[in-house]
Design a protein around this ligand. Structure first.
Ligand code: GDP
Length: 138
């Protein structure tokens, strides 16, 4: 079984899209193994997105990610990293496939509602960033 980290970003929480995202996970038989709500500090957001620190949008992205509460989840399934990224759609919602979360709900390349790990190594780092082993259902 593979695991991935999902985040409903501040725009998703603020616009009342938690239920919409959860519905899509459940409809696609993606198991939720952990879930909590957080409001990140700037330092916490910078640590999470450390791989992007040289990018021109780093400051704006970490400001956005601290602008309101987020929902973080551990998802589990056979190919859950790819399956969940398919549900999310491309980073840029204008290029995302029809029916994906980002295509339907994102309002900019930055405010794109959801995050999902992109590889097993990133998933491991990202899950460990938010959850300890006691918080993840086996
Ligand atoms: P993801 O894996 O699809 O989330 O995409 P990336 O890892 O490339 O980027 C992380 C996040 O940074 C994205 O989900 C967006 O919120 C934001 N982002 C990516 N590219 C841009 C950009 O060109 N401009 C801005 N402002 N934000 C971006």
């Amino acid at each position: 079984m593979e695991k991935t980290l999902s985040i409903i970003k501040p725009d998703g929480v603020g616009r009342g899209l938690i239920g919409e995202v959860l519905k899509r996970l459940e409809e696609n038989s993606i198991k939720i193994s952990a879930m909590k709500m957080l409001h990140l500090t700037k330092k916490q957001a910078e640590g999470f997105y450390a791989v992007h620190r040289e990018r021109p949008f780093f400051n704006s992205l970490t400001d956005f990610m601290t602008s309101g509460p987020i929902v973080v989840m551990v998802l589990e399934g056979e190919n859950v990293i790819t399956d969940y990224r398919e549900l999310m759609g491309a980073t840029n919602f204008e290029e995302a496939a029809e029916g994906t979360i980002r295509k339907e709900f994102a309002t900019s390349i930055e405010q794109n509602v959801v995050h999902g790990s992109d590889a097993p190594e990133t998933a491991e780092f990202e899950i460990g960033y938010f959850f300890n082993s006691f918080e993840i259902i086996n």
